[in-house]
Design a protein around this ligand. Sequence first.
Ligand SMILES: [Zn+2]
Ligand SMILES: [Zn+2]
Length: 151
Amino acid sequence: MDARELLNGYNVPTNCKKCGGIMIFKGVGEYQCEDCGSLDWDDYGKVRNYIEKHRGATAAQIEAEIGVSQRSIRKMLKESRIEIAEGSKSFMHCEVCGKEIRSGRFCHECEMRVHRNMEEQYREALRKDVKGYGTNEGGDTGHRRFMREEM
Ligand SMILES: [Zn+2]
Ligand SMILES: [Zn+2]
């Protein structure tokens, strides 16, 4: 299965807004640029952060505050990407290896692997892109072009 396919729909940040570096998955929807260290979050990370600070927020509130669509929020809730309470008897299973998990779609190991895989694909694409133009001159146009194609 393609890593991107597994993670699509959550606006996973692949390149740094500041320097164009590759964003490395840190866990729970958080990413850090391997070059400049700045942080970014995918939709899940943003929603999770917001809910942590604003318990009981409605989907409409969340959408207004952080710009993640209510549709995505409902989808996350349905997929239980939003963590279920400690001590709950209901377990979900990792989509890749079937291990029992408390939240999300993958167990920690598989999630890390999926992200590493995606980072690798992105690196690969960047390399090809740079080669295709013969030079990396002209700033990060290569990165931008790549992002457009991906979206
Ligand atoms: Zn950066
Ligand atoms: Zn797994």
